[in-house]
Design a protein around this ligand. Structure first.
Ligand code: AMP
Ligand code: FES
Ligand code: ZN
Length: 297
């Protein structure tokens, strides 16, 4: 029996799997995440969320391949790719691989030490860049990521605490396509972390349990702890925090985000949309890899 306090319900194995599939189907439908004929690429880290998402999308009969990005975080990265490969090969699915070191000349720890910034910043920037450019260059219409309800509620709390109005405008389960951007979707927004772990166990999906060693002690984990404490006291808090925002407050921040996206031009190095001549990713790459911009042109 799998107990989900937020829904005040307990599920047997089969009904739990139906529940997960139904939540994903509903998220896709309510937020118009996928159009008929769309090719989807799911960003797969080897963790429970993205592998469960891939499994759920395949189960819902979408045309979906995987994309793994090697971040160069020592043993952690070496191990994570094995989980992604194992899942794909056991099911005959197509997994693309991009490696920051081999393909772009730097690693996340290397970039963090050169820039003296947090590894998570360089990591997030690299992921956003690679997922978007890979999808754009390989004819995918949609990038799906495994962000779940816990992730989204924690990001929302962080954005609200600092009143990051631009980020609040962009915080949505769907970011529509725009010139230079493919659509980004988060079909797991209606499912929590515990549900995704249970899903993997029930479906026999082996995943990397270890968390990223570089993320230890970061703010995001602190927000998750605070929200878990609230959820413990009043089940449903996380969902009402996130869905209340999406239904009643998001629109008030969205126009700023749309205006920001419309004022962008193409990076002269990689063609990605940017506010300056050269995008933030290419600048990071130049510093971290030691390769001068222009050499690759
Ligand atoms: P995180 O930023 O680690 O919380 O991960 C959020 C989502 O980004 C995951 O659910 C995946 O969809 C995707 N992701 C994270 N790391 C990778 C990676 N190394 N390769 C591909 N996708 C990833
Ligand atoms: Fe990005 Fe750890 S996964 S810094
Ligand atoms: Zn660029």
């Amino acid at each position: 029996m799998i107990d989900i306090k937020r829904h005040n319900a307990g599920f047997c194995r089969d009904h739990f799997l139906v529940h997960c599939r139904e939540q994903v189907r509903r998220a896709i439908h309510d937020h118009k995440m996928v159009e008929p004929g769309d090719r989807i690429v799911v960003a797969v880290s080897g963790g429970k969320d993205s592998l469960a998402l891939w499994d759920l999308l395949v189960g819902l009969e979408y045309d979906v391949d995987g994309l793994y990005l090697g971040l160069g975080i020592g043993e952690y990265s070496g191990e994570s790719v094995q989980f992604a490969r194992k899942y794909a090969s056991a099911r005959g699915l197509k997994l693309h691989e991009v490696d920051l070191q081999d393909d772009l000349g730097f690693t996340v720890p290397g970039a963090a030490s050169v820039t003296h910034r947090s590894p998570c910043g360089a990591c997030g920037l690299s992921k956003r860049h690679v997922f978007n450019t890979f999808a754009r260059d390989h004819g995918y219409d949609v990038v799906a990521t495994g962000h779940n309800l816990d992730d989204e509620a924690a990001v929302l709390l962080g954005n609200v605490l600092r009143w990051e109005t631009g980020y609040l405008g962009r915080q949505h389960p769907v970011l529509p396509s725009a010139p230079g951007f493919v659509r980004k979707v988060k079909p797991l927004v209606r499912l929590g972390e515990r549900e995704m772990a249970a899903y993997c166990v029930l479906q026999g999906i082996d995943y990397q349990v270890e968390e990223c060693p570089m993320a230890e002690g970061n703010r995001h984990l602190g927000y998750k702890e605070v929200l878990n404490a609230l959820e413990e006291r009043s089940p449903g808090s996380k969902a009402s925090f996130l869905f209340g925002f999406l239904e009643r407050a998001h629109a008030q921040f969205a126009t700023v985000a749309v205006e920001e996206r419309e004022g962008l031009s193409a990076c002269i190095e990689c063609g990605s949309p940017t506010t300056s001549e050269i995008c933030a990713f290419c600048r990071l790459r130049e510093r971290a890899s030691g390769v001068s911009l222009g050499e690759g042109r």
